[in-house]
Design a protein around this ligand. Structure first.
Ligand code: MEV
Length: 365
């Protein structure tokens, strides 16, 4: 029935593996973009180093209630090449590009046989390709298994498609107290899932925004990130420690299944423009930049909480929305938010009071 719009912003100062990027972010919170940019600026002149795995995704095919489960497993593994051939017959383009199905793995979960189809999806996010291939191979696999196929679907736990980034924030730039405070905050997240969920939310703030700007499926990224974080008990996606100079080193590792082709990346005008602004040559490069944004946003949130509390910076940038929600329109929005920021009283009630005041003045005129 309509569309909903989000502001499109550009985060700056992202230097990744020596290359400077402008990073488009689509989200309603301007403070996230400002925070990412500031955190990235503080890594200069070195910037971030990043790496990412090949874009390998997993398709799962389920067989429940299998009788001779180890025999079925053996037969499937013996027929690997045939399964891969059937999968690759579904998409000649991906094969021509050097991608396609690469391997077959079999897992036994109680009485269930789960086949993993391992697919190199090249520059796509990969869901359509992997789902098509998984559905296509299922009837053949059925001949090898005494049972009917159940689900045939991609796994969003893209553990073979990890992206990593690292940055150092110098003690001289952020202060010794901040170095200590950020490390303590990380230790808190490590010890406590209640805190860890919020810690990881701060990581995903920026990653999701880049995903939305570039037309990627942010729900898939969310699912993958949190499932990965939970693989060995729920853990932070980032870690912090003092390097040998006493500076703060930060690292991130998480699955990033994001593409530069496929889905709406090449059809949605904003996604097209965003990818142009980003100037990435591949999905792997995109994943590296996204990992850096996740690390930057996480560091920025921890630093803000350690130094002054999160609300000050956030509310400053949120003042316009508060003014609008209170009923301000046109030039009054800027006027009200400016006063509230100067007074450091950025609340709905203050916005209401100021609005009343301006309305009274206008009436008198
Ligand atoms: C808010 O959008 C994100 C934070 O809650 C993240 C965190 O607590 O680390 C500030």
């Amino acid at each position: 029935i309509g569309t909903t719009q989000l502001p499109l912003s550009v985060a700056t100062y992202f230097r990744v593996n020596g290359k400077d990027y402008l990073v488009p972010m689509a989200l309603e919170e301007p403070s996230v973009v400002a925070a990412a940019s500031h955190a990235a600026k503080l890594t200069h002149p070195e910037g971030f180093s990043a790496s990412s795995d090949e874009p390998i995704m997993i398709g799962q095919i389920q067989f429940a209630g299998v009788k001779n489960i180890s025999g079925a497993k053996r037969r499937i593994l013996q027929s690997k090449q045939r399964i891969i051939k059937i999968a690759n017959a579904q998409d000649s383009l991906i094969v021509a590009l050097g991608g396609g199905a690469r391997d077959v793995e079999v897992r036994i979960l109680e009485k269930m046989l789960i086949i993993h189809l391992i697919v190199d999806v090249k520059d796509a996010m990969g869901a359509n390709l992997v789902n098509t291939m998984s559905e296509a191979v299922a009837p053949y696999v059925q001949e090898l298994v005494d049972g009917k196929p159940g689900l045939r679907i991609i796994s969003n736990l893209a553990e073979k498609r990890l992206a990593r980034a690292r940055a150092v924030w110098k003690k001289s730039a952020i202060g010794a107290d901040t170095v200590k405070g950020v490390i303590d905050a990380y230790e808190f997240a490590k010890l406590d899932p209640y805190r860890c969920a919020t810690h990881n939310k701060g990581v995903m703030n920026g990653i999701d925004a880049v995903a939305i700007a570039t037309g990627n499926d942010f729900r898939a990224l969310e699912a993958g990130a949190h499932a990965y974080a939970a693989l060995k008990g729920y853990r932070p996606l980032t870690k912090y420690y003092r390097d040998r100079n006493g500076d703060l080193a930060g690292e991130i590792e998480l699955p990033i299944a994001a593409g530069t082709v496929g889905g709406i990346t090449r059809s949605h005008p904003v996604a097209q423009v965003s990818l142009k602004i980003l100037d990435v040559k591949s999905a792997q490069e995109l994943a590296q930049v996204m990992a850096c944004v996740g690390l930057a946003n996480n560091f920025a949130a921890l630093r803000a909480m350690v130094v002054e509390g999160i609300q000050r910076g956030h509310m400053k940038l949120h003042a316009r929305h508060i003014a609008m929600a209170a009923g301000a329109r046109g030039r009054l929005i800027k006027k009200l938010s400016k006063i509230m920021v100067t007074e450091r009283r950025i609340t709905s009630s203050r916005a209401g009071e100021l609005l009343e005041k301006f309305r009274r003045i206008r009436k008198r005129k």
